[in-house]
Design a protein around this ligand. Structure first.
Ligand code: ADP
Length: 510
């Protein structure tokens, strides 16, 4: 399965990657983990390779942590939490440190965008506009929370002690040492989504980036050090999920696990975390429906539905991977969506004319193409894409699958790639039934200007976020998380502070 189309493939392989000097210097520095304020190798001396997904070439080698290294990182985080400089800081100090870190990310934005592009495959433009810009905003938003963590005063009704007066209040205390495990789709931003609220709340962190994309988290650790966070506050460990990740989840010195990744791994983590009753927050997979009602402007809805799935190559937990379209307009809609997909230009992330880069890994490409194959076998119509272009890199052409039906794997399972399945519905009841016919419940979008109908539909959709005439919008202030098997807990806003604090009740008899 290979195709080569000069119109839709920015010429890859005819030039070597354009890597800025600062990124080259970063890549040339030996990669170490950041533990207890020191740069260290894995105790075992083991390491693993990191690849450029646009070429398949090795671009770095990073330490492969195991349980011994995790123990070291957890102890450093515990020390910082209880006895180090971090423990002595007041909320405004934490606010200032987070703000300073945001400024350092801003000052190094171009370098970070280029690192992210090289490691993950996304375009530099996208990394700059989305990943890096959102990381800066997120840190700034969360820095403000450090000084705004509140409890409540309460009046008990207890009458059992004659003559006594009762005073009670609640305190929000840092949950403690948090293990934070993040995926490869937005490596820097996911790391920031994790560390920012944890640090605002006064916790300390052991952060593990995904093995596919560890580089921006290591650069972030350098900036954490430069910002002046006390030693052990943030520890960045690189390693594989089954070894380093599992060791974080199992470590008795970790109070909470915050995880973003697949539902499958989320369940493994959830079960293991219960052994020591760790607090957990899980932001997991999705199969988010895009609901196109009859009154929607078809051209606009098709263009936006293309954005909903092809943004970040479909490697987004909220990706609009199922489109439900009214029967009457299904064929017209699919045609428009396929046209939008075909116009997307692929190329390595550093090329200015590339609109979509490669998928993150060869394994991911195989997986995605396997889903397209299953759709063909199950009788769906592959309207466009479904192929890997010739040449190096893990590219997959944006793919639209029409006539998709319940029971097909492309309808039921999260693909995490640029593949959208379009289904028909004949009336509103069928649309709602199909929209909710999934174990996931992360997000959904409704495309209509019929306000009464939209209001009627919103409460019937089982999803953590419902967008109307938009998809994939995220804001630091708006709670984010999933219903059903899309996760546990809500990140962002006040909810994120709740995730990183324990509530203590104080009851005083006076
Ligand atoms: P994806 O399927 O998108 O690659 P995963 O859920 O496998 O996502 O991985 C997300 C993160 O979880 C990565 O940092 C990975 O190393 C980590 N991970 C994978 N398996 C485990 C595990 N058994 N325990 C802890 N962390 C894990």
């Amino acid at each position: 399965m290979a195709e080569s189309d000069p119109k839709t493939m920015a010429a890859a392989g005819d030039e070597s990657p354009q890597i800025p000097a600062s990124v080259r210097a970063f890549l040339d520095r030996p990669k170490r983990m950041f533990i207890g304020g020191e740069w260290v190798e894995a105790v075992s001396g083991r390491s693993f390779d990191v690849f450029d997904p646009a070429t398949g070439e090795v671009i770095a080698e990073v330490p492969a942590a195991d349980a011994t290294d995790i123990d070291r990182a957890v102890k450093a985080a515990r020390h910082a939490l209880e006895a180090g400089e971090w423990a002595k800081l007041v909320p405004a100090d934490r606010e200032r440190l987070l703000w300073r870190l945001s400024g350092l990310i801003e000052a190094n934005a171009e370098e970070l965008a280029a690192i992210e592009s090289l490691d993950n495959g996304k375009t530099v433009g996208m990394a700059r506009m989305v990943d890096v810009a959102a990381a800066i905003d997120y840190l700034r938003y969360m820095s403000g929370w450090a000084t705004k963590i509140e409890g409540a005063t309460l009046t008990p009704s207890f009458k059992g002690i004659p003559g006594a007066r009762h005073v009670a209040w609640t305190l929000r205390e840092p949950v403690g040492v948090v293990g934070q495990i993040v995926p490869w789709n937005f490596p820097l931003l996911m790391a920031v989504w994790k560390i920012a609220p944890a640090l605002a709340a006064g916790c300390t962190s052991v952060l593990k980036p995904a093995e596919e994309t560890p580089l921006s988290a290591l650069r972030l650790a350098e900036l954490v050090e430069e910002a002046g966070f006390p030693a052990g506050t943030v520890n960045v460990v690189t390693g594989f999920g089954e070894t380093a990740g599992a060791a974080i989840v199992e470590h008795p010195g970790v109070d909470k696990i915050a995880f973003t990744g697949s539902t499958e791994v989320g369940k493994i983590i959830g079960r293991a975390a219960m052994e020591t009753m760790k607090r957990i927050s899980l932001e997991l997979g999705g199969k988010s429906p895009v609901l196109v009602l009859e009154d929607a402007d078809l051209d606009q809805a098709a263009a936006r539905a293309a954005g909903a799935i092809f943004f970040n190559h479909g490697q987004v937990c909220t990706a609009g991977s199922r489109v439900l379209v009214a029967d009457a307009v299904h064929d017209d809609f699919v045609e428009r969506l396929a046209k939008a997909a075909e116009a997307i230009r692929l190329g390595p992330g550093w090329r200015d004319d590339a609109e979509m880069g490669p998928l993150v890994s060869e394994a991911q490409r195989k997986r995605v193409l396997g889903y397209v194959e299953s759709a063909r076998e199950e009788g769906a119509r592959v309207c466009c894409g479904g192929v890997a272009p010739e040449g190096a890199g893990y590219f997959v052409r944006p793919t639209v699958i029409g006539d998709a039906r319940p029971g097909m794997r492309v309808v039921e399972e999260e693909i995490f790639g640029p593949v959208v399945a379009v289904q028909r519905f004949s009336d509103e009841e069928e649309m709602i039934r199909l929209a909710n016919a999934t174990p996931y419940g992360l997000a959904a979008s409704i495309w209509s200007n019929d306000l009464r109908r939209v209001h009627r539909l919103i409460p019937r959709i089982k999803a953590g976020t419902v967008w109307v005439n938009a998809h994939n919008l995220v804001d630091p202030a708006l709670p984010f998380g999933g219903y059903k098997q899309s996760g546990l807990g809500r990140e962002h806003g006040r909810e994120a502070i709740h995730l990183y604090t324990e509530l203590k009740t104080v009851w005083m008899v006076v």
